[in-house]
Design a protein around this ligand. Sequence first.
Ligand code: DGY
Length: 349
Amino acid sequence: MSSGGARPKVVVCKDLGPAMPPLLERKDVDIVVWPEDRSCERAWLLENIKGAAGVLVLLPDKVNQELLDAAGTNLRVVSTVSVGYEHIDVPLIGAERHTSWLYADVLTEAVADITIMLALMAGRNDGVAYTLVKNGEWCKPNLGWSPFTFCGPQLSTSLSSPTRTVGFLGFGRIAQATLSRLIPFGITHCIYTGSPTSQPDIARDDALQAKYNLKGLNRVDIDRLARESDVLFLLTPGGKETYHLVDAAFLRKMKPMSVLVNTSRGSVVDSDALATALREKWIWGAGLDVVEGEPAITSNHPLVKEPRCVMVPHIGSATFQTRLDMATLAIDNLIGGVFGGEMPAELKR
Ligand code: DGY
């Protein structure tokens, strides 16, 4: 808390639009908001966080020793408008500062939606086809309707391909929400990897298999995941444990007609290896919402140059509804933490 009975200060690293009025109307906190429409400058944050009781951060705002030192001992809560927390040194916060850190977990459905979108776009040549139309090239003589032009692998089952296997690297909430969306496509098999430290949840898997009438739903090792997936969804947390799990060796094992979709963290994939895999046709296509090194991605990036790579700029949760929900929840966490009240989405450690 702020010393001397003053109102506690909270620092907000970005104007959260329609979620802000209830916060700004509060009379019991001093609110300092980064005033510009771009990521918060580090120097500004280090200066303004001095003496703060709470800070609300976004993915680009690193929460580390430097920031905690700048904040001082009043800091009670770090709230982030994200479900991912690679930008936050969680053990440091918990161990040294006795500070709660909170997260907003309301984006499952929005990310599952865009995951399906990217699977379809990457499989069905959207990068090539859309660019061509935008460039006014549809009218070219060889680009009228023809049987196999622009073809790609079908997500759903078909007469000639009656089984389809979807794979998940990570099988948490978003993966399961994605699977539920895939069922109407006639998906027959689902395989997934779990974290090495987690136990298989056989009862859950049996229930999901029965509910969705799948021919198989199995936890497998990473080698089998690579070899058997027709469409592979990366939905695992980032960080050291999953760094470059999808590398050249992994990609070499995948089916030539397979599609890879990453809506988790760019660090899970070795970008150079994926670009090679696309160029040399080890796999068919890739749909990416996240890329290592984002947002510093230019037209020279090896993946941007690949025609069968569809890339969007980390917009998985970018619906008006979900972003409002995320921002509101993060603010509720912030205020709850500052006053020692309820924190609706506290990270359980
Ligand atoms: C998150 O919250 O971690 C997501 O990546 C944002 O879409």
